[in-house]
Design a protein around this ligand. Sequence first.
Ligand code: NAP
Length: 279
Amino acid sequence: MNQNTELYGVVGYPLDHSLSPVMHNTAFLKAGLRARYLALETRDIKGCLRKVRDSGIKGLSVTLPFKSVIIPYLDHIDRLAQKINAVNTVVNDAGCLIGYNTDAHGAGKALEGVLHRGSRCCLIVGAGGAARAIGFMLKEQGMDLTVANRSVMRGVALARSLECPFVPLEEVEAVCADLLIQTTPVGMFPHTDRCIVPLHALREGMVVMDIIYNPLKTRLLTMAGEQGCKTISGLEMFVHQGAEQFRLWTHMKAPVAAMTRAVKAALRENSQIVNNDSS
Ligand SMILES: NC(=O)c1ccc[n+]([C@@H]2O[C@H](COP(=O)([O-])OP(=O)(O)OC[C@H]3O[C@@H](n4cnc5c(N)ncnc54)[C@H](OP(=O)(O)O)[C@@H]3O)[C@@H](O)[C@H]2O)c1
């Protein structure tokens, strides 16, 4: 690193398990850029953004708990991020901080094959930032949506924004969907034995996507595979949301294959089970 090195980073806390640094540093290296991506753990997003402006950090990934909290401190918010009410990417354009949301793009890429195959009815489990991003993306694709969530208030609010029905978690078995997307942290490392979706909600022929990528094969995806569902892990969404960040920051196409390999290797190194079976 020297004074010509461009700096990027991820803001949030905790960041101990973040795979964004390994993914983006691999991308910069592969693209031959003199750039470095750092984990900027902070509880003070306002102060952190002041430092970002002062130090000329070129771009940020934004993770929990700041995806919505950061919005008032930015200079401009992209239309899609405004609609989702969550920012996961900041571009520092000569001191003007612009907020974007690339989660919708990442999910769209991960679901490309499924959407082309003609899935029509989707049950979204969860109603947080990721669910909002995915919900708006699928609505634009003309999908029929249903939202299920632990907190009724938050679930109903998202369902209202998406102009679709809400069902309580206990009633998801009754929803007739050909695509189910799990967007809560339930089942994430280290609590890998947990699953929020009851077995009877999983029917042969359905597509089931869990946006968790650690582990790649969650309890939900194992159950879904056993029921004869096609399964998709959160890895593709993660890499593609990162690839879109890379494009916004550098105006270059991201080296997606190298980024995927780096994330898988990091998961393996952390002794967490990597299972490629997202068939
Ligand atoms: N693969 C990717 O690229 C990608 C991208 C973004 C996020 N993610 C992952 O997606 C997950 C959610 O992220 P987010 O930004 O949407 O978070 P968020 O805004 O905090 O929303 C969390 C959602 O999960 C629900 N939830 C949390 N704990 C729960 C529990 N114990 N039981 C039932 N429901 C629970 C919440 O329900 P309530 O409303 O009831 O609290 C809410 O609907 C995280 O694990 C994150 O790492 C993955």
